[in-house]
Design a protein around this ligand. Structure first.
Ligand code: AP5
Ligand code: ZN
Length: 230
């Protein structure tokens, strides 16, 4: 098979899922994984926040769920991902961050991939204790330009309020207040955690200790994924 004029038959496809509770460090690790494994980073949270910012009909609908820390309805998010998988840059693989989050979303992704004659290669689960998650989210700041996450204490930008990567302005997400974070964690436990067992049954799960430093966490992820190839 050729993609963009390149022979891909012998190249391993990295169809990756990043799973873990809010604040586990999915976004922090995603950009490094995407760069090293040369796959697009697909964050449903980022796509939804961009729709909210642009006040599209979907964004207006999604906002009330997101502000409360609730999940956006499955059909909306599944539609976003199916559309995204049609883009040519996903042909060699992808990194899903924040999707799937429910069993119906996982089943819809499996069906969509099967119709493309593809399958998940690995599900990386980042695990962190709940009190650490609350601390991480309450000190988090995000770049308005490139969405890179920082932390006031654990991962501080070189210059206060300014993104190291693109110089963009840093802001605090509306759903990073303590009460909303607690609700997001409860929803994670109820609706998203069962996905670990779902992917375990298929032998796809790599559990990563997310309590270490970002560099150490990334090293563990790399060992679990193996070499990027080529
Ligand atoms: P989404 O944007 O996906 O948020 P989330 O899953 O809650 O995850 P976060 O972005 O909060 O955390 P993260 O794991 O990426 O952590 P980060 O790297 O930033 O979803 C938001 C909302 O959108 C949902 O609530 C829902 O409403 C909706 N939504 C999205 N997808 C959906 C779906 N599929 N279905 C339905 N609804 C959906 O790190 C956190 C902080 O910790 C940062 O400050 C970082 O600097 C710091 N940090 C990171 N790593 C470390 C480390 N190793 N040590 C110390 N600090 C660290
Ligand atoms: Zn930036």
């Amino acid at each position: 098979m050729t993609v963009n004029g390149k022979e891909t038959a012998n190249v391993a496809q990295f169809n990756l899922i990043l799973l873990g509770p809010p604040g586990a460090g999915k976004g922090t690790q995603a950009s490094r994984i995407a760069a090293e494994y040369a796959v697009p980073h697909i964050s449903t949270g980022d796509i939804l926040r961009s729709a909210v910012k642009n006040q599209t009909p979907m964004g207006l609908e999604a906002k009330r769920y997101m502000d409360a820390g609730d999940l956006v309805p499955d059909e909306v998010v599944i539609g976003i991902v199916k559309d995204r998988l049609q883009e040519p840059d996903t042909a060699g693989g992808f990194l899903m961050d924040g999707f799937p989050r429910t069993i119906p979303q996982a089943e819809a992704l499996d069906a969509a991939l099967e119709s493309l004659d593809r399958a998940i290669s690995k599900t990386v689960v980042i695990l962190v204790d709940e009190e650490d998650l609350v601390r991480r989210l309450s000190g988090r700041r995000i770049c308005r330009g490139c969405q890179a996450p920082f932390h006031l204490l654990f991962n501080a930008p070189k210059e206060e309020g300014v993104c190291d990567k693109c110089g963009g302005e840093l802001y605090q997400r509306d759903d990073d207040t303590e009460a909303t974070v607690r609700n997001r964690l409860a929803i994670y436990r109820k609706q998203t955690e069962p996905l670990i067992e779902y992917y375990d049954r298929a032998g796809l799960v790599a559990r990563i200790d997310g309590a270490k430093t970002p560099d150490q966490v990334y090293d563990e992820i790399r060992s679990a994924l193996g070499p990027a190839g080529e």
